[in-house]
Ligand binder design. Structure first.
Ligand SMILES: [Zn+2]
Length: 68
């Protein structure tokens, strides 16, 4: 699968969408920590988050198919 899913990442602890970046550009690749609570954000957090979003989307898709 080559589909890129754009995910809006929010802090797993406080839900904040403001982050401290370790480098330019200010993308999810360079996120260092949460600006809200200071929690360190790792690549794993972001990967796990996108996985859950993707799963939710897939579930919704299946549900919509069976609704018809
Ligand atoms: Zn936070």
């Amino acid at each position: 699968m080559s589909e890129t899913i754009r995910v809006e990442f929010s802090c797993p602890d406080c839900g904040s969408k403001s982050f401290v970046f370790s480098a330019e550009p200010h993308s999810m690749d360079n996120v260092e920590s949460c600006a809200g609570c200071g929690r360190a954000i790792s690549k794993d957090d972001i990967i796990e988050h996108s996985r859950q979003i993707a799963k939710k989307r897939a579930d919704e898709m299946v549900r919509n198919i069976f609704k018809r």
